[in-house]
Unconditional design. Sequence first.
Length: 183
Amino acid sequence: MDELAVLDDVELMGDGEQVVSFRIGDEILAVGVDTVYEIVRMREVTEVPQVPSYVHGVINLRGHIIPVINLRNRLGLEEVEETRSTRIIVVELGGESIGMVVDAVDEVVTVPTDAISPPSPVLISIDTDFVRGIARLEDRLIILLDVLKVTQFGAEGDGEEKPEALPAGDAAAAPAIEGGDEA
């Protein structure tokens, strides 16, 4: 499916929060929909020298240069080959856009506030420094990422030096999801 699904009409619901859920291996993770600018199919990523190991490189997204991080690497998980389901979630923070490579994007889901618990290192297999909570929904747990911390270059505890400059694009269009299920 090649059509764009616009996220403009997604709003916070009552006592809940809407998140975009995605997969990295067997884990279901999510970020707040209010930070998601766009979701695009995996594309050619240009490597940038002398950046932290979790920085995958940069992409050209409609004339804007966007840095892209490998979320698996950033979270300390084993790298795998890209598939047809691999996506780049472009988030916007403080006027800057940053892409995060994920295995697959699932859905936009409303998480009731009372279903969110503080992170527990016993329950999840990723670094809890990047986790702001764990949502319990029916028969699954969704790890809610702190998108600001996970995309922060040179953050404390990541073992990487902060690069002098990493190009970032600016966002001018409405948030969108590119490409859904593919046959």
